[in-house]
Design a protein around this ligand. Structure first.
Ligand SMILES: [Fe+2]
Length: 385
């Protein structure tokens, strides 16, 4: 999805002989998430990436749906999710549909004994708290507060935290996560009116080649089931790669807000898109500068999308009782808007310090049992005067 990039050594011509110092061939792998008809990369492994030596029993991790149908505004205390040591077990799906799963994690420890591959979904991992390194077969991505890590499905990775208090807001997307089409030229370059550009997109760096034999466990998630596949070599055995399909990092702090004389609609905050949902970044910005402007948003009907807002930091002028890590869900079918009193209060304000991530889905979301354990009851009545 991003621009062409290359790291390490690649042969002069694709699909030709590329040999190690001892004369043996490197093993070429074409990596894409949409067959042979979209962006791809070519990776060169020391070992063939197909050598499974042992398999483990499978584990069902399909989200347990608690409410399939509902029509209520909901709110959840994301930071009440208990911390867990294991990365995969710490990931708790809260809101799900067939296009995406919204997942929270308060993972305490780095992945040491295994690697992970999500065979179903591209992942967008928003780092709310914590820092570390995402290690992948493409190289490393350092991450810190405010980073989006976007990982194409099929990428083998390992998360190494430098911190024990970590809060992740994750979207698993069952279609490729891309930048908004309207921000790209017909050849894919980010245009002048986009709120970010290629310089803000961090590709992997520090490609370390682990040419190591031995039993290496890769946990692979497919159709809600975790499989344990043991390979006879280290999965990060790549000496070089090139192409346009690779994981990257983008900091929400590099999102340049688009502002106007009167209130700008949510699409100006859009950051990513996939089939049937979008991701938006609400960042600190100057308010509307028409002399009679109302900075608070207008009520809106959102009849065709469920709106999920994940509150990161700062103050939220249109909402009361907001906490860090809170999620609100405003479902399609009933309008929502600013809380009572917040419209008048917003008039004359010059700027907001709010930081939030929004996911708008075009098909309704279902609530999992984890969501219910985090719920603030009676939120639906919080507009009543
Ligand atoms: Fe909204």
């Amino acid at each position: 999805m991003p621009y062409y990039y290359s790291l390490g050594q690649v042969p002069h011509k694709r699909h030709t002989q590329f040999r190690k110092p001892d004369g043996a061939l490197y093993s070429e792998q074409l990596f894409s998430t949409e067959g042979f008809s979209s962006d791809y990369s070519l990776l060169y492994h020391c070992n063939t990436p197909t050598q499974i030596i042992r398999t483990e029993p499978q584990l069902d991790v399909m989200p347990e749906i608690a409410e399939e149908k509902m029509l209520k505004h909901r709110s959840f205390e994301g930071f009440n999710l208990p911390a867990e040591s294991d990365y995969l077990l710490s990931r708790k799906p809260v809101l799900v549909n067939n296009d995406c799963h919204i997942v929270l994690s308060a993972c305490q420890e780095s992945m040491k004994d295994y690697f992970f591959k999500n065979a179903d979904a591209d992942e967008m991992i928003f780092i709310h708290e914590g820092e570390g390194v995402l290690k992948t077969m493409y190289g490393e991505l350092k991450f810190t507060y405010g980073d989006y890590l976007v990982i194409p499905r099929g990428t083998i990775y390992q998360v190494e935290f430098n911190t024990t208090v970590n809060r992740l807001f994750i979207v698993e997307s069952f279609s490729p996560i891309r930048f908004p089409k309207r921000y790209q030229s017909k050849f894919g370059q980010l245009l002048e009116h986009a709120p970010f550009c290629e310089r803000d997109i961090m590709p992997p760096s520090n490609l370390v080649t682990y040419d190591e034999k031995g039993d290496h466990l890769i946990r692979v998630k497919k159709k809600g089931v975790l499989y344990g596949l043991h390979y006879n070599h280290h999965p990060f055995d790549v000496v070089g790669w090139d192409g346009c399909c690779y994981p990257f990092a983008f900091s929400i702090h590099d999102f340049e807000p688009i502002t106007g004389r009167v209130h700008q609609p949510p699409p100006v905050h859009q950051t990513f898109e996939a089939n049937n949902f979008v991701v938006c970044s609400f960042v600190p910005r100057l308010y509307d500068y028409h002399p009679d402007a109302i900075p608070a948003p207008y009520n809106h009907s959102n009849i065709d999308s469920d709106e999920v807002l994940y509150y990161v930091d700062g103050d939220f002028m249109s909402r009361k009782n907001v906490t860090r890590g809170m999620i609100t869900l405003h479902p399609a079918g009933i309008p929502h808007g600013p809380h009572p009193g917040t419209v008048e209060k917003s008039i004359g304000k010059k700027e907001t310090r709010e930081l939030a991530v929004m996911v708008d889905t075009f098909h309704p979301l279902m609530l999992t049992k984890y969501a219910l354990t985090l719920e603030n009851p009676d939120y639906v009545m919080s507009w009543a005067e």
